[in-house]
Design a protein. Structure first.
Length: 491
């Protein structure tokens, strides 16, 4: 606190900690960007009106053409600055500050032009207004404003000496010096109030958005950030729900206080795992959420999720003899995909529920074909209608069977590969001579998925087993034998 009251600290950073501007860079940039957009549009409109005003009497006095032309050029420059404020350049802090400098220089040029050519009166009061207002509405470190004041003041003095009517030059310079000093004091005071108010607002907002137990974002804050991400959707977004499997065992064994302590540790693991790529929060109870914007590589993200789940399960070792795990539901929103927050969240919820019902301790990606009914998922890749019909007749009541004509169609099928239990492939129309390992045809396939050759009357079973098939299923066997073979593979 003593450092904040130091006069040099106040001149350099104002009434806030020196880390405030870097820590709150995103919020300050948003405020400044919005302010600068309004200022440039206002200046564009003002110069456009003045250009029209001076064009009216230009027929009687040609000098008005020069003034009108000056304001046309000014309006054009302010307009360009306004357009740039809506571009990618303004989203970067350095770019935004450059646009502010352009605006301030254009304003100063307009002021000097009015002072020298349009009105022959003392205009240092107008200069004081520009010096005081512009640095106040644009939030930055106080020393930056002082430097900007000084540069503008020097430019004003030079132009005054070179161009101003000598009869009022002395008075103009005296007033300008006085107003320069006052403007700095006023700016520092108002800036200090503005930054303190912003700091208090950020602190209040942050406290209202945090979960008291874990110090992560709460559900309402997560919803706000997720909706913002959806509205600004430039790349793929991931919504990840993580829920502890059988958390009740921890509370029953160790009590609720220890359960809360565990949730705090779990929150720390999640924070360390995702702090540099996403927003982490606690939805309720033992359910957590991670929001990741700009997902460029889903495989890398899913590996990170699995590592995080493994690290979380290790935390439980201090609380239970048994290994307690977590389940995870993942929902993706692709670039330009039309998807509401409610639907986005429900997709992740459905994937999480699917993971729970599929045995827990796994991460499941939402897909439109996701249906859970307690049955194993079996894919039959064959264009032989009789083989498919027989298999469906025998097993459709016991398994979820998906008939796929070709391997290519399977690759286009929307189902997370970690939910597939068995792939049966009829190789009749596949050129096996060009295949070294059948599993190479499924690059994203989990190692736990079983792949079996499904063929009638083959005397060369070893050929297919050497091509990477885990099993050979002879489709010519009788019904009971075929049922026994499939049951042995799956169960």
């Amino acid at each position: 606190m003593g450092q904040k009251n130091n006069i040099f600290h106040k001149l350099w950073f104002g009434s806030v900690d020196k880390t405030f501007f870097s820590a709150q860079n995103t919020i300050i940039s948003k405020i400044n960007s919005k302010t600068l957009r309004y200022l440039t549009i206002l200046a564009f409109g003002f110069c456009s009106i003045l250009a029209l005003v001076y064009l009216i009497p230009a027929k009687q006095d040609p000098d008005y053409y020069k003034i009108a032309l000056f304001y046309v050029i000014s309006a054009l420059l302010f307009g360009i600055d306004a357009i740039l404020c809506f571009t990618m350049l303004a989203r970067k802090n350095k770019g935004l500050h450059l646009l502010y400098w352009i605006f301030e220089v254009l304003s100063l040029i307009n002021f000097i032009y009015v002072s020298v050519y349009c009105q022959k009166f003392n205009t240092s009061t107008i200069f004081f207004g520009i010096e005081m207002i512009l640095p106040t509405v644009y939030l930055t470190k106080p020393w930056v404003s002082i430097v900007e004041h000084s540069i503008a003041y020097v430019i004003f003095i030079v132009c005054d000496i070179l161009l101003k009517d000598k009869s009022i030059l002395t008075q103009d310079l005296i007033y300008a010096g006085l107003f320069y000093f006052i403007a700095n004091l006023v700016t520092l005071y108002i800036r200090s109030l503005s930054i303190s108010s912003l700091e208090a607002s950020i602190l209040f907002r942050k406290e209202s958005q945090l979960d008291k137990l874990t110090n992560l974002y709460n559900k309402s804050a997560l919803e706000i950030y997720c909706k913002e991400a959806i509205s600004n959707n430039k790349e793929t977004i991931a919504l990840i729900l993580i829920d502890v499997d059988d958390f009740k065992l921890v509370n029953d064994r160790w009590g609720y206080n220890q359960g809360d302590e565990f949730l705090s540790k779990l929150a720390s693991v999640l924070y360390r795992s995702f702090e540099n790529i996403g927003i982490i929060g606690r939805v309720e109870g033992d359910e957590f959420m991670v929001l990741v914007e700009n997902v460029f590589d889903k495989n890398l993200l899913e590996k990170r999720i699995n590592i995080a789940l493994d690290n979380i399960s290790k935390v439980f070792l201090d609380y239970s003899v048994e290994r307690i795990t977590c389940s995870c539901g993942i929902s993706y929103k692709e670039k330009n995909e039309v998807l509401t927050y409610d639907r986005f969240y429900k997709n992740a919820e459905q994937a999480l529920e699917f993971a729970k019902n599929e045995g827990k301790n796994k991460a499941v990606i939402f897909s439109k074909n996701m249906v859970y009914n307690g049955k194993k998922n079996v894919f039959l890749i064959s264009n032989n209608g009789s083989l498919s019909k027989r298999f469906n007749d025998l097993f459709e009541s016991k398994y979820n069977i998906y008939d796929i004509v070709s391997i290519k169609d399977f690759q286009n099928f929307e189902m997370p590969h970690n939910l597939i239990d068995l792939i049966l492939i009829d190789p009749t129309n596949i050129d096996m001579n060009n295949i070294i390992n059948i599993k190479n045809q499924f690059p994203l396939l989990s190692e736990t998925v079983k792949v079996a050759c499904y063929k009638e009357n083959s005397d060369n079973k070893s050929l297919y087993l050497n091509k990477g098939f885990d099993y050979f299923v002879d489709a010519s066997k009788d019904d009971n034998r075929l049922k026994a073979i499939i049951k042995g593979i799956l169960e």
